[in-house]
Design a protein around this ligand. Structure first.
Ligand SMILES: Cc1cc2nc3c(=O)[nH]c(=O)nc-3n(C[C@H](O)[C@H](O)[C@H](O)COP(=O)(O)OP(=O)(O)OC[C@H]3O[C@@H](n4cnc5c(N)ncnc54)[C@H](O)[C@@H]3O)c2cc1C
Length: 278
């Protein structure tokens, strides 16, 4: 199928892009197009206008932040998955971003798709929304009222629904650094490497704190606190806080079994990471 007709703008500045969005309530931002273009082609989305942000300079930066007391990495809206995955700075400062990105789609899609676009798209089967949620990161957005920061805890409202306004452009995502002595791990089960996961899990262990985030389990990225849970009980404790759903890809019972298995695995791996530092 072909997309329904739409108007197309390619602004040269962020201010022009914000003005274009403000002038058309049914406009959509176009970043890498790896999720939006298939939706247009299948006519699951029919925006009146696309505001292509690829001509705006300066949005592709990947920066290490050291002056905010915590430290972290800031990923610009036009930084492609492939560039973020290849960044040694990202791997050093917050290795969970790199571990998870290696599971995002295939190389051709990572060459074009953006990490920030994935976070805004709010697919509960995607890796980066879960990583941002587990790390308690944030998203900076710019709209007619200026710039604001949305904490990950306030970002995901429902399936494919984020709290980024229709007239706002996400300019960067912030991933806090891994604390000294903490550990992370990521695992997912997919039919083929690069496919969306049937279930995925990311763990963050920091001292006694054990938290695990899940993709493809609920309608939104979901993080559970497993601090103080005995190793043998991790899977069941996680399931007590989750309600895995069935779809055409997997039954609810199979997803629950994947949660049991992956939870123990990622927590053990994150503990090993914390002990060995890698
Ligand atoms: C075959 C295939 C397999 C894939 N597998 C995976 C996978 O395993 N895991 C995974 O996570 N993803 C996967 N993806 C999706 C891929 O990661 C996309 O790149 C990503 O979801 C969206 O990024 P994008 O830059 O392409 O955004 P686009 O497609 O351009 O936009 C997606 C949505 O986000 C909005 N948006 C994008 N950027 C901004 C912004 N800066 N400000 C405001 N709104 C914005 C758009 O308006 C649109 O609604 C797959 C895609 C394909 C085609």
């Amino acid at each position: 199928m072909k997309p329904a007709p739409f108007d197309y703008r390619r602004p040269a500045t962020l201010a022009e892009a914000v003005a274009a969005l403000a002038g058309e309530p049914n406009a959509k931002v176009l970043a890498g197009g790896q999720s939006l273009v298939p939706l247009l082609s299948m006519r699951l989305a029919a925006p009146a206008m696309l505001v292509d942000i690829n001509g705006i300079p300066g949005l592709d930066a990947i920066e290490v932040v050291t002056d905010d007391g915590v430290g972290g990495v800031r990923v610009g809206a036009l930084a492609r998955h492939a560039a973020v995955l290849a960044s040694p700075e990202v791997r050093r400062v917050q290795p969970l971003v790199s571990l998870a990105l290696a599971n995002v789609a295939h190389a051709t899609i990572r060459n074009r798709g953006t990490t920030v676009g994935s976070i805004v798209h709010a697919d509960a089967a995607a890796e980066m929304p879960v990583v941002l949620s587990l790390l308690a990161g944030s998203l900076d957005v710019e709209g007619p009222g200026g710039r604001r920061t949305i904490p990950a805890s306030e970002l995901y409202l429902g399936p494919l629904e984020s709290s980024v306004g229709h007239d706002e452009i996400a300019v960067s995502a912030y991933f806090p650094a891994l604390a000294p002595g903490a550990g992370v791990a990521f695992e997912e089960i997919a039919r083929r490497h690069g496919d969306y996961a049937l279930v995925g899990a990311a763990a963050l262990v920091d001292g006694d704190s054990v938290r695990v985030g899940y993709l493809s389990v609920s309608d939104v990225p979901t993080v559970v606190d497993l601090s103080g849970v005995a190793d043998d009980d991790l899977g069941e404790a996680a399931l007590a806080q989750l309600d895995p759903a069935a779809d055409i890809h997997a039954s609810a019972a199979y997803r629950a079994q994947l949660v049991r298995v992956l939870t123990g695995r990622v927590v053990r791996s994150a503990r090993a990471f914390a002990e060995e530092g890698t």
